[in-house]
Write a protein that binds this ligand. Structure first.
Ligand code: NAD
Length: 355
C-alpha cells in the first residue's frame, strides 16, 4: 500500500517522539512491503516563531491533502505570553475542526509489566485492562447555545444532538469493537436527559447492522465508579462529548503512565489524526529522555483505523509489549532496579522487535 502521512512534530519533545514513531513505521513498511511518503507540517509554537500564527492555511491544506496525520505535541513556556487566540494549543483546535474530526478514540491499557504504576489495587486489575473510550467531539453541551439571563444571575448551556451525529459515531464504535472484543457500552444519563434517550434509541438501531457485537448501557455515574472498581468489564465505551471528556481522563489515569497513552481523532472516511495524549514536556525536550511509546502506539492506531492494516498495527503493539517484557524502560516508566534507555534507544528496541 502507498501511504501519505503528514507529520506534525510540534514543540518540546514532539520532534523527539515523532522521529521514533517514523522509525517504527518505516521498519513496518519495509517488513510488510508498503511505501510511505511523509510531508512535514509546522504547528504550534514552532509555527508562531516562523509564521506568526499557530497554524497557517497552508499547513492545514498540507495536512488535509494527506491520508492521515501524526502529531507530537504543541506548546511550552516560550509562548506563554502570546495572546489567547494565538496560543500554540489553538493549532490543535484548528486542525481538529479544519479536518472535520468528530470521533475521538482513547485506548487505556494496563500492561502487566507496568501494573505497579496503576493507582488501582492489583486485585482490581489482575484480569487485565484494555478498553477504548469513543467520545463524540463536535456536538453536545460544549457547542450548544449558551448565555446569561437578563439579570446576569442565571446562565444556560444547551445540550443538543441529532440522530445523524449519534449514528455516525456509533458506527465508528461498532467498527472498532469488531476489531477488539465485540462489546460496546453506551454511557449516558438516560434516566434524566432526553439527549441520552435519543442516544439509546439511535445506537440500538445502528446495532442491528453489527450482529455479533454485544451492546449494553450504563449511566455515567455508574461508569465513573466501574472504571475504578472493575475496569476489566469494559471493551468499547461509547459516549457524548462532555461525559467522554471526563471519562477518558479518568480511564487514562488508571493506567498511571502518561507516556504510554495514544489517541486518534477520526471522521466519516478513513482519514484521521493520531497523537499521544501527553503534552510537549518542555522539561525534558531534546534531552533523549521522552517516552516515545504513546506516539508509536498512535502510529499503530493509524495503520489500523486509517489504512485498515490490522496485522501491521498488531505487530507494532506486540513489539511494544515485547520490549516492555524485556525490561526496556524510559525514565518515566522505570521502577527501581530497571535499566533506563533514552528515547532513540527505546525506538530502536521496538523497531528491532518487529516481525
Ligand atoms: P505534559 O504532558 O507536557 O507533562 C507533564 C509531565 O509528564 C512532565 O513532567 C513531563 O516531563 C512528563 N511527560 C509527558 N509526556 C512524557 C513522555 N512522553 N515521556 C516522559 N515524560 C513525559 O503536560 P504539561 O507540563 O502540563 O504541559 C506542557 C506543555 O504541553 C504546555 O504548553 C501545554 O499547554 C502543552 N500540552 C499540549 C498538549 C498537546 O499538544 N496535545 C496536551 C497537553 C498539554
Amino acid at each position: 500500500m502507498d501511504m501519505h502521512i503528514a507529520l506534525v512534530p510540534g514543540d518540546g519533545i514532539g520532534p523527539d517522539i515523532v522521529r521514533e514513531a517514523v522509525k517504527v513505521l518505516d521498519r513496518t513498511a519495509e517488513i510488510y512491503g508498503h511505501s510511505i511518503a511523509y510531508s512535514e507540517v509546522d504547528a504550534g509554537g514552532v509555527s508562531i516563531d516562523r509564521c506568526g500564527v499557530p497554524l497557517t492555511d497552508e499547513a492545514l491544506k498540507t495536512a488535509a491533502a494527506s491520508d492521515a496525520v501524526l502529531l507530537g505535541a504543541v506548546g511550552g513556556p516560550k509562548w506563554d505570553h502570546v495572546p489567547g487566540n494565538l496560543r500554540p494549543e489553538k493549532a490543535l483546535l484548528g486542525l481538529r475542526s479544519g479536518l472535520g474530526l468528530f470521533c475521538n478514540l482513547r485506548p487505556a491499557v494496563i500492561y502487566p509489566e507496568l501494573s505497579e504504576a496503576s493507582p488501582l489495587k492489583p486485585s482490581v486489575i489482575s484480569g487485565g485492562v484494555d478498553l477504548l473510550v469513543v467520545r463524540e467531539l463536535t456536538g453536545g453541551i460544549y457547542f450548544g447555545e449558551k448565555g446569561r439571563g437578563d439579570d446576569d444571575r442565571s446562565a444556560y448551556d444547551v445540550m443538543r444532538y441529532s440522530a445523524g451525529e449519534i449514528e455516525r459515531i456509533a458506527r465508528k464504535a461498532f467498527e472498532a469493537a469488531r476489531l477488539r472484543r465485540n462489546r460496546v457500552t453506551v454511557v449516558d444519563k438516560a434516566n434524566v436527559l432526553e439527549t441520552s434517550r435519543l442516544w439509546r434509541e439511535t445506537v440500538s438501531r445502528v446495532a442491528e447492522d453489527y450482529s455479533g457485537v454485544e451492546l449494553d448501557y450504563m449511566y455515567v455515574d455508574n461508569a465513573a465508579m466501574q472504571l475504578v472498581r472493575n475496569p476489566g468489564h469494559f471493551d468499547v465505551l461509547l459516549t457524548e462529548n462532555m461525559f467522554g471528556d471526563i471519562l477518558s481522563d479518568e480511564a487514562s489515569m488508571i493506567t498511571g503512565s502518561i507516556g504510554m497513552l495514544a489517541s486518534a481523532s477520526l471522521r466519516d472516511d478513513s482519514f484521521g489524526m493520531y497523537e499521544p495524549i501527553h503534552g510537549s514536556a518542555p522539561d525534558i525536550a531534546g534531552m533523549d529522555k521522552a517516552n516515545p511509546i504513546a506516539t508509536i502506539l498512535s502510529a499503530a492506531m493509524m495503520l489500523r483505523y486509517s489504512f485498515s492494516l490490522e496485522k501491521e498495527a498488531r505487530a507494532i503493539e506486540e513489539a511494544v509489549s515485547s520490549a516492555l517484557s524485556d525490561g526496556i524502560r524510559t525514565r518515566d516508566i522505570a521502577g527501581e532496579g530497571d535499566m533506563v534507555v533514552g528515547t532513540a534507544a527505546c525506538g530502536d528496541e521496538i523497531a528491532r522487535r518487529l516481525s
